[in-house]
Design a protein around this ligand. Sequence first.
Ligand code: NAI
Length: 332
Amino acid sequence: MKIAFFSTRSYDREYFERENKQAQHHIQYLEVQLDEESAPLAKGYEAVCLFVNDRVNAAVAQQLAIAGVRLIALRCAGYNHVDIAAAERCGLTVVRVPAYSPHAVAEHTVALILTLNRKTHRAYNRVREGNFALENLMGFDLFGKTVGVVGTGKIGKVFAQITMGFGCRVLGFDPFPDAELAAAGVQYVSLEELLQRSHIVSLHCPLTEATHHLINADSLRLMRPGAMLINTGRGALINTQAVIQALKSGHLGYLGLDVYEQEEGLFFHDFSHEIIQDDLIARLMTFPNVLITSHQAFFTHEAMTQIARITLQNATAFERQLPLENAVRLSE
Ligand code: NAI
């Protein structure tokens, strides 16, 4: 099958080439992000393969269909960046990789928490400069603290299990509570109660209309003074302006982000020699108690291997008209 890959980087090529030895698809790797301008590049391809910041709105879906595309293969789990209704109207099938390694994301979440708490990034720099002082490196024990997990699906569940290993008390909020977690001691409560009681709040729910700006001025006010907020879900779960205000006032104690509302066009690129035009992220970067990584929580060898394998399997299943277990349909 002829597939045009958008937003590709060197590591995509490496992992997909390896897996494609078996799948034998004809892949064209494009660096450009998919949008209305770049959509015509899909002409002559039956499928496009997209990542988290390639947007498919109604106009792009129409252009893809006109170009002859029939399949949108997402090489990620989230599909909030694709207008599924518009894709269906245009006769485009959408497939995704619903699970590749929940451990990759959950473990990165823990990395953000431990780094923010114990300030290992600052300690590393200090020691390299010959500064062995401990002032301002004070952390807190995770043992005994309350961790609130918003969304206890595949990733949230692994994260909850890891934090229980630290001896944390875990609160969960999810419209579909997980029986195994509940049996293991996770206490399901309302979102309000979770925010009020947690020392650390970690977001693992999908971005939907219902969860857009789930964390806003009101919800931030509910949080404990000095609490830590971690987002490895999707950027728009948080209202960035509101979170900046909460950091400035000192009410929010720590913020760890792997995703950012305006990450499109910024994350995955090197701007180290340019002026950052986004004033919100520039402000966030000035806080000593904020840690930002650029959507790298998924980025492990195991996860990339699975992403490449499942994406190509999805394409093969579509080509052979086999049942599509990873299709995203409007009813989902
Ligand atoms: P999942 O579908 O297994 O779990 C999501 C959970 O959120 C479900 O249990 C669902 O019931 C719950 N949920 C739905 N609406 C909710 C609401 N309003 N409030 C609280 N919970 C709600 O998904 P998975 O695999 O755990 O992934 C979660 C999210 O993590 C994805 O949607 C994606 O946006 C993000 N993600 C981020 C990555 C990264 O590299 N930073 C990589 C992979 C996923």
